[in-house]
Design a protein around this ligand. Structure first.
Ligand code: GLA
Length: 378
């Protein structure tokens, strides 16, 4: 309760009391021995993406639940290049320093996310002062400096890095991002080379979504083999695991877990969540309020039991898949602590209400999580 020492912390603590009261006096600490990290200790690390208020302890309830249940954390946003390196000659380490301190203080396996990604990329990264694409030489120099500085700052403290994020499309081709257009096939190997040079002991990962697609699966397997043939270090493949109630296909995902494992690297579920909302494309007409509420945002107050049952069963099914492959899966990380924290409420359209992660808006574990916790007590 160290955060009760300041005014912001006091308000947060009063909030905690209010929530506990609303929950009929049950506290998040009710069963101190039944915590996810101990239930899963012989299987894999259990991680969560942490936002800046949690890392700073401003969200003291969230921070307490994270400390209680998780033994690995990843930075939700503060290490993306637009945040940590907003201008070529200016880094901003305030939030990332807090994030790493939070992990160290709580003895967690800390993941850095992410070094090279086409999205949330600092605006200056690929262009010159005239707004034109830089040459390959300039981009290599910038990438090297960026990776050396960020990885170097947390050398020995951040244990694993998502070196490259989302560079391959579902058909297996390389994403034609500005980064790729400038460096082509050199892009990914160079990123891994620089990261390894900056911290030879850090684990290095390739991370992507849509990994159940055959084209992407084959391309990622080929990438891992190619990096290894080139003598580069790659320790793991991250399957993001952003799911819906209709995707991914269970069998196809299992094939990918097995295929990645067969390359000899660790497999990680790195950004697990499961939306209950209808899939929309960015062309959806959100100006039509009636259809928005009825069709695209069907559960604006609470999740009906019938849908919750489907969600919990499906989450449980995938969790058992991860447990089944715990010989190769080294970590399962959830993308966000509570439903209220999740990016899914605002993507791909803003202002919907989703229910995608392990803890509800009152920080209570969902039924399938309660099942996991109960197993330990039986
Ligand atoms: C991708 C990224 C994450 C995050 C999510 C949405 O999966 O890897 O960093 O931005 O999208 O929050």
């Amino acid at each position: 309760m160290e955060n009760c020492r300041n005014f912001g912390g006091l308000l947060a603590c009063l909030g905690l009391v209010a929530i506990l009261t609303a929950c009929g006096g049950r506290s998040v600490n009710e069963t101190p021995d039944a915590v996810l990290k101990s239930v899963l200790a012989d299987k894999f690390l259990i991680g969560v993406a942490v936002n800046s208020s949690q890392a700073a302890g401003l969200d003291s309830i969230g921070a307490a639940v994270i400390k209680k249940h998780f033994n690995s954390i990843v930075a939700e946003n503060c290490m993306k290049s637009e945040e940590i390196h907003p201008e070529e000659d200016r880094y901003d380490f305030r939030l990332s320093d807090e994030f790493v301190r939070f992990g160290e203080e709580n003895n967690m396996f800390i993941i850095g996310h992410t070094l090279i990604w086409h999205s949330q990329l600092a605006k200056w990264f690929c262009i010159d002062e005239k707004g034109e694409k830089v040459t390959p030489e300039v981009l290599k120099k910038r990438m090297k400096e960026h990776i050396y500085t960020v990885v170097g700052r947390y050398k020995g403290r951040i244990k694993g890095w998502d070196v490259v994020n989302e560079a391959i499309l579902e058909d297996g081709s390389y994403r034609k991002s500005p980064l790729y257009e400038i460096l082509g096939d050199e892009l990914i190997p160079l990123a891994f080379q620089y990261a390894h040079e900056a911290d030879p002991d850090a684990e290095l990962y390739y991370n992507d979504y849509g990994m159940a697609h055959e084209g992407k699966r084959n391309a990622v397997v080929a990438l891992v083999k190619k990096l290894k043939e080139q003598g580069l270090r790659i320790d793991g493949v991250g399957i993001q695991g952003h799911m819906g109630v209709d995707h991914p296909d269970y069998e196809e995902l299992e094939k990918s877990i097995v295929a990645f494992g067969q390359t000899g690297v660790k497999v990680m579920i790195t950004e697990w969540d499961m939306s209950v909302l209808p899939t929309v494309n960015s062309g959806a007409n959100v100006a039509d309020t009636v259809s928005f509420n009825d069709v695209l945002n069907p559960y604006p107050t609470e999740l009906p039991d019938s849908v919750a049952v489907v969600w919990n069963e499906r989450m449980g099914t995938f969790f058992r898949l991860f447990e089944k492959h715990s010989d190769i899966i080294s970590r399962v990380t959830v993308w966000g602590l509570s439903d209220g924290d999740s990016w899914r409420n605002d993507w791909p359209i803003k202002g919907r209400k989703d229910y995608p992660v392990l803890f509800d808006r009152n920080y209570q574990p969902k039924p399938f999580v309660q099942q996991l916790l109960k197993k330990k007590n039986e």
